[in-house]
Design a protein around this ligand. Structure first.
Ligand code: AMP
Ligand code: MN
Ligand code: MN
Ligand code: MN
Length: 289
């Protein structure tokens, strides 16, 4: 009889180190997110809500009951030069006071920004967004463009979320409201000082040329940033290779995360990430996983 042997290391599912719950712009509550991850075979998941860590406690409780390792995470909105950049923090301590003060300040402007987006939608003839987004924004302190996009789909103004961003909410579109987020050095500092590892999220999404990308990564490393996402729903396969080369050049570890927001909206579902390219150093080696 032929005995088949398997290398369980290569068969085991990669950790998913980027996901969202209803505490930011995901559609699943932390408990439901964790249950879906466990159902789909994930062993390690990071919850990384935008600018808010309120979902971590219930996610941890749910994860423990299911035998899943939940990494405490956050995704901080940063303004670098004129660009919005997202920095994921992994293994952060949500009880850290400086981190919480920084996140509160980063979230703080979202109320006024949301009002400006609603006013801009009124101006293009789309009424009712102030009330309409409430169905989607469970955390009143974390109103995001995603909630507006879901409202635009629901009221029939656009056929899907992509069109909502392309036509109304994306940079340069009529209902885009420029915003000043956290500074890069501050965000990396809050993450590091709370014991976490800072990761540049979905680098392929930023409209930066190669020289600007090098400058961003040099500054990020200088401030103590340690990793860059290689595998994400935002990247095409050739971008994974492209950013793996950047990781090598800047001595950054490689991260993988679906950036899961909802079963309907994310390219990679939980538990379906491709492996990191060979030659990269997985960031989970720095997380004690
Ligand atoms: P905000 O932090 O309020 O500016 O919202 C940013 C969020 O909008 C991101 O985290 C994504 O979830 C979502 N988003 C941005 N661009 C797009 C897009 N083109 N299609 C779908 N969702 C997008
Ligand atoms: Mn989001
Ligand atoms: Mn992001
Ligand atoms: Mn995200």
């Amino acid at each position: 009889m032929v005995k088949l042997s398997f290398d369980y290391k290569t068969l085991s599912l990669s950790p998913d180190l980027h996901s969202h719950s209803t505490y930011s712009d995901g559609t699943l509550a932390p408990e439901a997110l964790v249950a879906r991850a466990a159902d789909r075979g994930l062993k390690v998941l990071a919850l990384t809500d935008h600018d808010d860590t309120s979902g971590l406690a219930s996610a941890q409780t749910a994860a423990q009951a299911l035998g899943l390792t939940l990494v405490n995470g956050v995704e901080i909105s940063v303004t670098w030069r004129s660009h919005t950049i997202h920095v994921v923090g992994l293994n952060i301590d949500p009880a850290n006071a400086a981190l919480q003060t920084g996140l509160a300040a980063t979230r703080g402007g979202r109320h006024r920004r949301a009002e400006k987006i609603s006013a801009a939608l009124d101006d293009v003839g789309i009424a009712g967004s102030r009330e309409g987004i409430k169905e989607f924004a469970a955390n009143a302190d974390m109103v995001s463009r995603t909630h507006f996009a879901r409202f635009l789909v629901k009221c029939g103004a656009v056929k899907n979320m992509q069109v909502a961003f392309n036509r109304y909410l994306g940079a340069g579109q009529p209902c885009f409201v420029p915003h000043q987020w956290a500074g890069l050095e501050d965000a990396v500092g809050w993450i590091k000082n709370s014991g976490g590892v800072a990761v540049i999220a979905h680098p392929g999404r930023y409209p930066l040329d190669n020289a600007q990308m090098r400058e961003l990564l040099a500054e990020f490393s200088e401030h103590g940033g340690a990793a860059i996402e290689i595998i994400t729903s935002s990247h095409k396969p050739q971008q994974a290779a492209h950013f793996a080369a950047y990781a090598q050049k800047f001595g950054l570890a490689a991260s993988a995360g679906s950036d899961f927001h909802s079963p309907q909206e994310s390219y990679f579902d939980l538990g379906s990430l491709p492996a990191l390219p060979p030659g990269t150093t997985p960031v989970w080696q720095m997380l004690g996983l």
